[in-house]
Write a protein that binds this ligand. Structure first.
Ligand code: DGL
Length: 270
């Protein structure tokens, strides 16, 4: 048995493309349907209840489009709404917090781990819960980062200055591992590694999450037929030309060859 339906992946913008990239690499026969809610970006500085409403609307849109699994490629959405999405969606749901936490526990040598994320993600304490007493965790919200990434900026002096301010307390605490608790942040890996130095291990949840997606598809017999090239679909609630520019920059040729559609998801849940 095989299942040709697409994998649904969503985020507030282009950050989830880091997870999409990892899924495409591990599961090259699987079609993806990606939605970035760029019209309502950023999520991470908004109240949890509003993030939840937006997230349920996108999840409903993807379920109606008959995806076979939902990948919440956004920490802010996961910490605000994964329970509600899982109850309502009635298909497997994969998030990013547990995969990232798992990888960090494996990576740390001194047991002192940092996590950076949006204000929403850090405020919920989701990473503290996920890692429990396995490590000593130091958390920092980095609200300025996502705007830089959505502008295509991964190295400006202003961004580096902001990074130094956010990272200093974590370095002072002696972290040897840093979880990128926002799917936009792997796009800043060069900058973060430069500022932290070579001894701190950066953990992106993207690859680990893709392994969970692989596991879900195999164990539930949902893999797409092998052979042939899957047709992906990338959609945004915002400006498709702008999304396409960024997506080409961050994800690569998959987007260049397909184009980006504009979709409306508001009210989808009613
Ligand atoms: N990529 C989202 C995350 O993982 C956050 C971006 C935003 O603030 O909208 O948390």
């Amino acid at each position: 048995m095989s299942d040709p339906r697409p994998i649904g992946v969503f985020d507030s913008g282009v950050g989830g493309l880091t997870v999409a990239r990892a899924i495409i690499d591990l599961l090259p026969h699987e079609p993806l349907l990606y939605v970035g809610d760029s019209a309502r970006f950023p999520y991470g500085s908004q109240p949890v209840e509003r993030i939840r409403t937006y997230a349920l609307e996108i999840a409903e849109y993807l379920v109606r489009r008959e995806v076979k699994v939902l990948v919440i490629a956004c920490n802010s959405i996961e910490v605000s709404a994964i329970g509600d999405i899982a109850v309502t969606a009635d298909i497997p749901v994969v998030g990013v917090v547990n995969p990232g936490s798992r990888a960090a526990i494996r990576a740390t040598r001194n047991g002192i781990v940092g996590v950076i994320g949006t204000e929403a993600t850090i405020a919920t304490g989701a990473y503290q819960r996920a890692m429990g007493s396995a490590v000593t965790l130091h958390a920092a919200a980095c609200p300025a980062f996502v705007d830089h990434v959505e502008r295509g900026d991964t190295s400006s002096p202003a961004l580096r200055e902001a990074a130094r301010g956010y990272l200093e307390p974590l370095m002072d605490a002696g972290i040897d591992t840093l979880v990128l608790g926002c799917t936009h942040y792997p796009l800043l890996s060069g900058l973060l590694q430069f500022e932290l130095g070579p001894d701190v291990v950066l953990v992106s949840s993207a690859e680990e999450t893709a392994k969970d997606v692989y596991g879900e598809l195999v164990s539930r017999d949902l893999l797409a037929p092998e052979g042939g090239r899957p047709v992906h679909e990338f959609a945004t609630t915002g400006d498709p030309a702008r999304f396409q520019d960024l997506a080409e920059l961050f994800l690569g040729p998959e987007v260049r060859n397909l184009g980006v559609r504009q979709v409306t998801v508001e009210g989808a849940w009613s």
